[in-house]
Write a protein that binds this ligand. Structure first.
Ligand code: ATP
Length: 343
């Protein structure tokens, strides 16, 4: 892998009024790794990104390293950072080509070297044929690709993206998300991006740091986070797993809607969860666990059911296809013991 290793050592950020936006955090992003910072609003994602960029200074004691170089006191313009913002922040009076070449121009790179680099990065970001276009003649997706091309043209050591897709409408966001995943991977550049959208994080990132209240709760590859969450917050935030809370006795969980064989030996775990797609709907007659369908949303590839009467909170179930029970139906629920997430 090429690229720079990025390290935060004991980085915290306290704003005026004693707002602890970021608690002391250690983090290593390997060369060429794409890290997603995922979490709800106000959890400190942007603050962490801004500290990496040099737009915010960490509290005293915190250190930022790019490879072996301590950049904590190095201002943003000398850190060799590429930044992509939600709002594009393109120069409206310049063409696409001029925007993409801007960072090279201010670094004194001119002539054919600049042209070659601009053409290369424009082609990589699928902007061929748009070189002379004005910014206001581009779609939102094209603008964001120009912003990306402009950020990567000077070959920064680290690329930072702050909610890069959130200004786009839903359909465009899905397309650009997949494109961005391909483009970023092809760049082999150390990259960190902020998002509150878990599908975006999962599609783009090599590893995801799930943040809550100023700290990283878990950092892992998307499939590990999904299948092996280490905290109840991660289990419910990533993929919306259902919490099963009831009385646990001899490996059985007694819920409002019946009994579940958990296969768990020994003591009651603190948390038991089940993923929405791991629940099967069965005939209610003779089922050991039952509930009533109170919500049904057909989404083409799958149907989302809300089922009450099983446990405290309504149970969310995702079924493939359209052949799902109707609102008001009584249903049996099969929850395989080996699909339970417990810790
Ligand atoms: P969002 O997804 O809404 O952007 P976030 O996870 O990026 O949220 P931050 O912007 O990092 O969160 O903010 C973390 C906390 O720090 C919040 O409570 C926020 O109000 C506070 N905060 C951020 N910037 C400042 C500032 N300049 N002055 C005071 N408090 C701030």
């Amino acid at each position: 892998m090429t690229g720079t290793e990025l390290q935060l050592l004991g980085c915290a950020k306290t704003f005026a009024g004693d707002t602890k936006a970021l608690l002391p955090t250690d983090l290593v992003v390997k060369p060429g790794e794409i890290l997603g910072l995922l979490g709800p609003s106000g959890c400190g994602k942007t603050t962490m990104l801004r500290i990496m960029a040099g737009l915010e200074t960490p509290d005293s004691g915190g250190k930022i390293l790019f490879d072996d170089e301590d950049v904590t006191k190095v201002p943003i313009e000398h850190r060799s950072i590429g930044m992509v913002f939600q709002s594009y922040a393109l120069f409206p009076n310049m063409s696409v080509q001029q925007n993409v070449g801007y960072g090279l121009k201010v670094r004194g790179i001119s002539g054919s070297e600049r042209d070659d680099r601009v053409n290369e990065v424009m082609s990589f970001c699928r902007l061929d044929g748009l070189a002379d276009r004005a910014i206001n003649q581009l779609s939102g997706g094209q603008r964001q690709r120009v912003a990306l091309a402009r950020a990567v043209a000077p070959r920064p050591r680290v690329l930072l993206l702050d909610e890069p897709l959130s200004a786009l409408d839903a359909a465009l966001r899905d397309t650009l998300r997949d494109e961005l995943a391909v483009i970023l991977r092809g760049l082999s550049m150390t990259a960190v991006f902020v998002t509150h959208d878990q599908s975006e994080a999962m599609a783009i990132a090599d590893t995801i740091a799930v943040m809550r209240a100023g700290r990283i709760e878990q950092r892992a590859a998307p499939e590990v986070l999904y299948r092996d969450p280490q905290t109840d917050f991660v289990a419910s935030f990533v993929g919306g797993a259902n919490r099963l809370s009831g009385r646990f006795e001899n490996g059985q969980l007694h819920l409002e809607g019946g009994t579940l064989k958990t296969g768990i030996e020994g003591q009651q775990p603190d948390h038991i969860f089940i993923r929405q797609e791991d629940i099967r709907i069965t005939n209610p007659d003779g089922a050991s666990l039952r509930g009533k369908v109170i919500g049904r949303v057909y989404l083409g590839t799958h149907t989302k059911l809300t089922i009450s009467g099983v446990c405290e909170a309504p149970l969310m179930v995702t079924l493939q296809g359209a052949d799902a029970p109707k609102i008001g139906d009584l249903v049996g629920l099969d929850i395989p013991a080996n699909s339970l997430i417990h810790f």
